[in-house]
Design a protein around this ligand. Structure first.
Ligand code: MN
Length: 199
């Protein structure tokens, strides 16, 4: 996917690096049809409408995220969040973090297994809609963060490495109310290569 942060209006849908049915059974084609095809498309459409007359007509997405508020911020952030989310999934993922990121996870969480447990706990404890992130601070130190609704962790200078969408729309088709099942499925399709590239 192209660097979404540098895009300007009119915003276009990021291309998916896999077919809609490629992540099954972990994420179904129907979920991708709705989550990517309807929800993300909706945020893109709203963003293109809201940016008109806002003073941000010529700004790139990063500038909009930094300086806007209200509905414009919410839709811009959801475009950014979903682009990061969809682009890190793969039917042929690197299933465990390697090299520098793998070592940093060991250093900051004790082990990969301990990280998965802590991240899962965080995702399950998030009340309502939001996102659970693995982020790095400027020194490379890792932490897990929850954000509500459309909020993004970069607003306080953190670099997001990977993220899970825990809005109900991300899992209700496949798992109904069972968020824990969707978090469990997520680990099978998360490509740690992409997280490493972002580190
Ligand atoms: Mn979503």
């Amino acid at each position: 996917m192209k660097n979404i942060s540098k895009q300007r209006a009119p915003f276009v849908m990021p291309e998916l690096p896999y077919a809609h049915d490629a992540l099954a059974p972990h994420i179904s084609a129907e979920t991708i049809d709705y989550h990517y095809g309807k929800h993300l498309q909706g945020y893109i459409n709203n963003l293109n409408t809201l940016v008109q007359g806002s003073g941000f007509e010529n700004a790139d997405l990063k500038e909009i995220l930094k300086s806007s508020s209200g509905a414009l911020f919410n839709n811009a952030a959801q475009v950014w969040n979903h682009t990061l989310y969809f682009s890190q999934l793969s039917p042929t993922p690197q299933s465990r973090p390697q090299s520098i990121l793998g070592a940093a996870i060991g250093r900051d969480f004790g082990s990969y297994e301990a990280f998965v447990e802590q991240f899962t706990k965080s995702a399950l404890s998030l009340f309502g809609s939001g996102w659970t992130w693995l982020v790095a601070d400027k020194s490379g130190r890792l932490s897990i963060e929850n954000t509500s609704n459309a909020a993004i962790p970069v607003t306080d200078g953190k670099n997001p490495l990977m993220v899970i969408d825990v809005w109900e729309h991300a899992y209700y088709i496949d798992h109904r109310n069972l968020r824990a099942e969707s978090v469990k499925a997520f680990w099978n399709i998360l490509d740690w290569r992409v997280a490493q590239q972002r580190y």
